[in-house]
Write a protein that binds this ligand. Structure first.
Ligand code: CLF
Ligand code: SF4
Length: 519
């Protein structure tokens, strides 16, 4: 822990419990209901971003927030082994650096993986990126990882290749990464000071030997920094993932942010620790908590103020994830199902589909520009958060009761921006509302002034109002950002006329349990 706390401490956060107890008491429906932050969010290449970089990120759902509403990625779980131990990982599950605890992926051979990629690419033409992110560390399994990339390079050369690693084996493998046209590499870096690192990594395995304590953290740190510099020197785009662990590396992540930016990292993704005793991890068992939603946002905001591109739309997805970020279609592509599929890789059909996607993006961005024009001349420091139920395409097109996550947008007089997402259990359970789920939904979006939905039942609507969250159906099926700006203009008008008084909301909780509400 270094430096002074510069963001919201837990004691400053308005308590949720009283409000939530009140809602829980009510029986629901009675069992009846790199630089240039804007770059990642714009469709056109921003003025400060070279065209060749824009070309790499414009349809990568992780490297461009705006693209993640339209384009999908898939992972193939070909890399079972790992060469380090993280205190937030249980080897029964996938690599928690890029995966939530509590889910296990189906292991594949490179040949099975290659067939699966073609099957998914044929069925989901907006799938543009293949990532290898586990279930262990891809570079601790170099032969399987590179064989898979080699096969995809040959059969589906339009698909971008991406990998995620803890960085220990990276320096020795950067040349192979270049050789296979892997354009995007993520390194999970949780510390730049081994004194901090020793509390996160109990051991590493390097040079035929197990290292522990400061020695382990020092070797890992040196390899991560060297690997990052080597990737930057070769023009490979890098994203840094960091797990925010309150009391261990939370303030220290500002140092991490500064050091990785200095070494050319393009994007920094600070993710919340997800930790519960049932995960069986060291942190889960010793009661280490994860950050609250506002603690996470405050740290991301601070890093962004230092002119770093921050990723806030990561879904900590599993090592066999398929689909848009936030949806999970992996069950449609099990090995058994893929084996039975007749796969025809139709590049022209994929391109035609993607042209239609680009038309949607154009329409969405034009609508936002038009809405922004009306904000001209508005000044003030009012900021509100709105939660949005969406199935993709940048539209408000999901029912409240069917949402397995809400996207969070911050709206100010400067415009709107995506600042996060919150996972929830479905409120609607096959035709009736789950009264136990509603307090958890409110807990997840409690810092928001409004929730935008395509539709909502009377009972949750009343209870959200009671919690101070405005349920809004007026913009059903409209574009999210255009609607958020329109709502904000009305909100400002009501504040100015004295009809309402603007009040900051409290904090919200990040879901810690295993993910059970699959989309
Ligand atoms: Fe996969 Fe990672 Fe590539 Fe994306 S995921 S290897 S960069 S294609 Fe994306 Fe998933 Fe977050 Fe990873 S949402 S966990 S950041
Ligand atoms: Fe687990 Fe990933 Fe850490 Fe390895 S690098 S111990 S698989 S979280």
């Amino acid at each position: 822990m270094q430096g002074e706390t510069a963001y919201i401490g837990i004691k400053e956060i308005k308590p949720l419990d009283r409000l939530l107890d009140k809602i829980a008491e009510h029986k629901g429906c009675g069992t009846s209901g790199g630089e240039g932050k804007s770059g990642c969010g714009s469709k056109s290449a921003p003025a400060d971003m070279p065209a060749h970089i824009w070309d790499k990120i414009k349809n990568h759902p992780c490297y461009s927030e705006e693209a993640h509403h339209h384009y999908a990625r898939m992972h193939v779980a070909v890399a079972p082994a790992c060469n380090i131990q993280c205190n937030y990982c249980n080897r029964k599950y996938d690599c928690a650096n890029e995966s939530r605890p509590g889910v296990v992926s189906e292991r594949l051979t490179p040949e099975q993986a290659s067939k699966k990629v073609l099957a998914v690419a044929s069925a989901i033409p907006q799938m543009t990126v293949l990532g290898i992110a586990g279930p262990g560390d891809p570079l601790a399994n170099p032969d399987k990882t590179f064989r898979t990339f080699e096969l995809i390079n040959k059969t589906a050369p339009d698909i971008k290749l991406c990998l995620s690693t803890n960085g220990l084996a990276l320096p020795g493998l950067v040349d192979r990464i270049s050789q296979y046209n892997i354009d995007h590499v993520t390194i999970t870096i949780n510390m730049v000071d081994p004194q901090v690192g020793q509390h996160i990594y109990p051991w590493i395995f390097w040079n035929h030997k197990r290292w522990t304590g400061i020695d382990a953290a020092t070797i890992l740190h040196e390899h991560q920094m060297e690997g990052l510099e080597m990737l930057t020197a070769r023009g490979i785009l890098t994203k840094i993932n960091s797990v925010m662990i309150p009391g261990i590396n939370d303030e220290h992540l500002l140092d991490v942010n500064r050091e990785v930016k200095k070494r050319g990292a393009f994007l920094h993704n600070i993710m919340p620790l997800i930790s519960a005793p049932e995960h069986g991890t060291v942190f889960g068992l010793n009661g280490q908590r994860g950050p609250t939603a506002q603690e996470l946002k405050a740290l991301q905001d601070q890093c962004e103020a230092g002119a770093m591109n921050m990723m806030r739309h990561c879904r900590q997805c599993r090592a066999d994830a398929v689909g848009l970020l936030g949806e999970d279609r992996s069950a449609e592509f099990t090995t058994e199902k893929v084996e039975q599929m007749e796969v025809e890789y139709d590049l022209d059909a994929r391109r035609a589909y993607q042209r239609r996607v680009e038309e949607q993006r154009d329409a969405k961005l034009a609508a936002k520009e038009q809405a922004l024009a009306g904000l001209d001349g508005e000044v003030g420091d009012i900021a509100i958060l709105v939660a949005v139920a969406t199935k993709g395409e940048g539209r408000i097109n999901e029912h409240f009761g069917h949402a397995s996550e809400f996207q969070i947008y911050e709206v100010t007089t400067a415009g709107s921006k995506f600042v996060g997402h919150r996972r929830v259990d479905h409120y609607c359970q096959g035709g009736y509302g789950d009264e136990d789920a509603l307090p958890n939904v409110v807990r997840a979006i409690n810092d928001c002034h409004a929730v935008f939905v395509a539709k909502i039942g009377g009972c949750p609507r009343d209870e959200l109002r009671e919690a101070g969250i405005d349920p809004v159906e007026d913009y059903a099926h409209e574009f999210i950002e255009e609607s958020a700006i329109a709502y904000f203009k009305e909100y400002l008008a009501r504040v100015k006329s004295g009809q309402i008084e603007h009040q900051a909301r409290g904090d919200a909780a990040i879901r810690q349990g295993a993910y059970i509400a699959a989309a």
